[in-house]
Design a protein around this ligand. Sequence first.
Ligand code: C5P
Length: 232
Amino acid sequence: MKKDVIIALDFPTLEDTLDFLDKFDDEKLFVKVGMELYLQNGPVVLEKIKELGHKVFLDLKLHDIPNTVYGATKGLAKFKVDILTVHGAGGYEMLAAAKKGMVEGGSPNTNVIAITQLTSTSEEAMKEEQLVAASLEESVINYAKLAKKAGLDGVVSSVWEARIIRENCGEDFLKVTPGIRLETDEVGDQKRVATPTVAASEGSTHIVVGRSITKAKNPREVYNIIKEQFTK
Ligand code: C5P
């Protein structure tokens, strides 16, 4: 499977986003549009990025009753994004409704994937705040299997669960892993982090990198280092 580095465009405005993308004007990227950018600027962001020829991961982490999520994905289908996220915690029916909406909206090739446990969640916080008695790994695997059963195309997890997801859900099931840091980077709010090299050896199919690239003095140089480490 082709492995991809996805750059998280966590910017407040379309202008900031386009300024950043200007640095890559001779290259086609895979970028992530998350709630910060999308909720403040709307669908025009997707249209502009698609116009530039980049692939889009729309990280809206949808989580609502099945009927509402169905309506949302059916409407979002027209943007033909490459990946869309929904929350595994929404349950089997909601996950199946998300995929159904995307297919019936006319975009069967959009990979709908489920968030398992956020990479900013530690096992301790999960146990205390969500009252989950299982280990974090067990919780992630549970969501991955549920997502697969509901007809989804993959999950988001930390690098540290990618291997066991592959064992349980197969090679083709997407393992999209944020929480990526180079050895020299600050960890920030993330808890379960790993380097691109480790992500490659653990079986991530896509890594999501935000601040390590967007806040770098030379984003292009850092992107190339990360890509080289992940795809070599
Ligand atoms: O800046 P950083 O590399 O930490 O950004 C990671 C990106 O991946 C953020 O946009 C965040 O919303 C996203 N993400 C995450 N953990 C998840 C799902 C998405 O960090 N489980």
